[in-house]
Design a protein around this ligand. Structure first.
Ligand SMILES: [Zn+2]
Ligand SMILES: [Zn+2]
Length: 371
């Protein structure tokens, strides 16, 4: 094609952005290496002390008790702590209490994952530094700033506005736990379709692929996602709430329960959940959702509950089989791994796809030439 005067500034602009990207990416890599060497190593050393114990308890009743009891204990604790934190309405104590609660949960989850791991391969923390970057960048923002703020805004709005609107349709006479489970299901109906849309639309997938880029699942990477992906989902939170006008304590505890479910969804703990695998989005059914195999991956979209998948035909939990620990984006092995790379991946998705196809096409040419 003829080189026009317009194409030269365009090329200059493109090479400027490529140079900028490389600069930011290498800076991000340096910070991640610094995190690995000075921040993470002491924790890794501490948690790795638990590893020999995990072999010692292999096949014991003690392990079985842990596998069966951890999930119901933490779920029940979320209800108890949640209702306690919001007993005087939504206050400053509620706000900070829910942050402290999740820090404590994390401090317990991390060693438990080493004590009863589903995959020993996933104990290798080669992605943790990036996740720490995501934590202080996107994850910290999502989990500890915008998340609690969102929950606070919704809770206060419901507390203040609902009485003004008048009689709501919400079944306040039911047990509080039942009310939470109803709201969780209503909320997750919207999340189910949003999540399914992100898998079925190529445009939406480019944002959601950041979440699926993980090659290991553990409690800390549950919210590994692009911040823009969360924007629309936060609005979806408000839709069911505006219609049903549930009381503030129900709204708050539902949000809290959703976050506990989220921690378990990605945990590397080898839990035995029985009927819970057919009610909630559990670690076992969510591992299939992260499969490299696209047929398995396009299933189990539920974020909190799993029965919408059962109802709409996307549930996948074969009996007598265990999910593979080979996870990630099967057709994009070159997907960025650094913090900056992941943040820019949706904008650079076309190039990533093109580069992933190149070796295959070259191989095809070579293969074709030998026939
Ligand atoms: Zn997904
Ligand atoms: Zn996930």
């Amino acid at each position: 094609m003829k080189d026009t005067n317009n194409s030269q500034p365009k090329r200059k602009m493109a090479s400027f952005f490529t140079a900028l990207y490389k600069l930011l990416d290498s800076a991000s890599e340096r910070i991640e290496n610094f995190c690995r060497d000075y921040f993470l190593k002491p924790f890794s050393w501490l948690f790795s002390r638990v590893d020999p114990l995990s072999y010692t308890i292999e096949g014991t009743v003690f392990k079985k008790i842990l596998q069966v009891s951890i999930y119901p204990i933490f779920m029940a604790a979320t209800f108890v702590i949640g209702f306690k934190l919001v007993e005087d309405g939504f206050t400053v104590r509620t706000f900070f209490g829910n942050i402290v609660m999740f820090l404590i949960f994390g401090a317990i989850f991390a060693p438990l994952e080493r004590l009863i791991p589903f995959s020993r391969k996933w104990l290798k923390d080669d992605e943790t530094t990036t996740d720490i970057m995501l934590f202080f960048g996107g994850k910290f923002w999502g989990d500890y700033i915008s998340g609690p703020l969102k929950l606070a805004t919704i809770s206060i709005a419901v507390q203040e506005i609902s009485p003004e609107i008048g009689q709501s349709i919400w079944p306040t006479s039911l047990h509080l736990v039942v009310q939470v489970l109803i709201l969780l299901s209503v909320k997750d109906f919207f999340r189910y379709w949003y999540h399914r849309w992100m898998h079925e639309s190529e445009f939406m997938w480019r944002w959601h692929s950041v979440h699926h880029s993980s090659t290991r699942l553990y409690w800390f990477n549950g919210t590994r996602s692009h911040p823009l992906e969360g924007l629309i989902s936060s609005f979806l939170w408000a839709i069911p709430l505006a219609f049903v006008q549930a009381p503030v304590e129900i709204v708050f505890v539902t949000g809290l329960l959703g976050r506990t479910i989220g921690r378990f969804q990605h945990t590397n703990m080898d839990l035995i959940l029985g009927p819970f695998d057919y009610i909630f989005s559990s670690p076992k059914n969510h591992r299939y959702h992260h499969s490299k195999n696209i047929e398995e991956g396009n299933s189990n979209y539920g974020g909190d509950v799993i029965f919408w998948d059962i109802l709409f035909g996307t549930f996948y939990l074969p009996k007598g089989k265990q999910p593979s620990d080979e996870i990630g984006i099967g057709d994009l092995p070159n997907f960025p791994k650094t913090f900056v790379g992941l943040m820019l991946a949706p904008f650079n998705y076309g190039n990533i796809k093109k580069k992933a196809r190149q070796p295959v096409e070259e191989e095809k040419v070579v293969a074709g030439s030998t026939v």
